[in-house]
Design a protein around this ligand. Structure first.
Ligand code: NAP
Ligand code: ZN
Length: 352
């Protein structure tokens, strides 16, 4: 074991503070990474504040962060994919059983025995896993992906969660040219959803509660922008969408969006608000519409997404912050005030 600098919260109501955590020395299949940038996902906030206590209670101290890019510093003897000095990235998963049908099919995100990057039992240390708000991390090679060298690293970090979480369901539901696609909520996930829907050739419509984001939505690739609190603007789109991706982090009325789907249209929830959402079943029955959910993506698809981003030069629009500003960044996330992802410059941790 060795010590690594990190930022943690001590309870659901504590601010982040500097700390030291224990990391394992790399074993034969491990990759040790010096973390250069880590994105701030709204899931980090949900978990730091124990908002998902019903499904995933937070164990404190908690070190969040699952949008990690960095440089390899050491590899285990059996690692062939990476060598010291390589760029490398880690997302939400750091382990799975590797033997179940889901793992064999490349769907590690559905493995019953996966290990998440933070706030999950850590079989190596006996404690919980610690995420990317840290100077380094040690991860099994299968869960480490390659970063295309042309991508800006601060903007590439959010691809590891916001990117794959929006890319995967859009691929699954066939988002392509000729389809009308809605993206609800222009935050970290939503803005990546817009970039991908646009890159896939779909007619892309952004639904936002923030009128001030309209110009940005168009710049990011939207064909139309709807202010979702305006009922007249919403009504114009009734029954017209093939697919809607809902990336809202708070309570909201999803029925308003279900009614915008055409026959057999689908609304996929990637946003994970704290409380259950009410669904009016008539909206589903009429039009044989469906709602579903989607978690992140598997490792092969995550690499595919990164390669797609490399080819199309897609990164997240980021506000780079030092780790010392993380508490402030969380307050801004709660006000939907992020353009469009915070990316922590981990060099700032050196001064702690
Ligand atoms: P974010 O950056 O905070 O963006 C959320 C956006 O939702 C806001 O920017 C805002 O967009 C909209 N919004 C906020 N409050 C709202 C309200 N009361 N009513 C309507 N819209 C509201 O968050 P994020 O990091 O993108 O994450 C979004 C959600 O996805 C979170 O719940 C997160 O936990 C979840 N998530 C899920 C997965 C998965 O695997 N499924 C992965 C990552 C994250 P406008 O200003 O445009 O309205
Ligand atoms: Zn995330």
């Amino acid at each position: 074991m060795y010590n690594a600098k990190a930022y943690s919260v001590a309870s659901a109501t504590s601010p982040f503070a500097s700390t030291t955590i224990a990391r394992r020395e790399p074993t034969e299949h491990d990759v040790q990474i010096e973390i250069l940038f880590c994105g701030i996902c709204h899931s980090d906030l949900h978990q730091a504040r124990n908002e998902w206590s019903g499904v995933m209670p937070t164990v404190y101290p908690c070190v969040p962060g699952h949008e990690i890019v960095g440089r390899v510093t050491k590899v285990g003897s059996a690692v062939t994919k990476f060598k010291p000095g390589d760029l490398a990235a880690v997302g939400c998963l750091v382990d799975s059983d590797g033997t179940c049908p889901e793992c064999k099919a490349g769907f590690e995100q559905f493995c019953q025995n996966f290990t998440l990057t933070y706030n999950f039992p850590d079989k190596h240390t006996g404690g919980v896993t610690y995420g990317g708000y840290s100077e380094s991390i040690v991860v099994k090679d299968h869960f480490v992906v390659k970063v295309p060298s042309n991508l800006d690293l601060a903007g590439a970090a959010p691809l590891l969660c916001a990117g794959i979480t929006t890319y995967s369901p859009m691929r699954h539901w066939g988002v392509a040219k000729g389809k009308k696609v809605g993206i609800v909520g222009l935050g970290g996930l939503g803005h990546m959803g817009v970039k991908f829907a646009h890159a896939f050739g779909a007619h892309t419509v952004v639904f936002t509660t923030s009128p001030g984001k309209k110009d940005d939505a168009l710049r990011l690739g939207a064909d139309e922008v709807v202010i979702s609190r305006n009922a007249d603007e919403m009504a114009k789109h009734a029954g017209s969408f093939d697919f809607i991706l809902d990336a809202v982090a708070a309570d909201h009325d999803i029925n308003a969006y279900i009614n915008l789907l055409r026959r057999d249209g689908n609304l996929t929830m990637v946003g994970a608000p704290e409380n259950p959402l009410a669904v009016g079943v008539f909206g589903l029955i009429m039009g044989r519409r469906s709602i579903s959910g989607s978690p992140i993506g598997g490792l092969a698809e995550t690499q595919e997404m990164l390669d797609f981003c490399g080819k199309h030069n897609i990164t997240s629009d980021v506000e780079v912050i030092p780790i010392q500003k993380v508490n402030e960044a969380y307050e801004r996330l709660l006000k939907s005030d992020v353009k469009y992802r915070f990316s922590i410059d981990m060099a700032s941790l050196k001064s702690e």
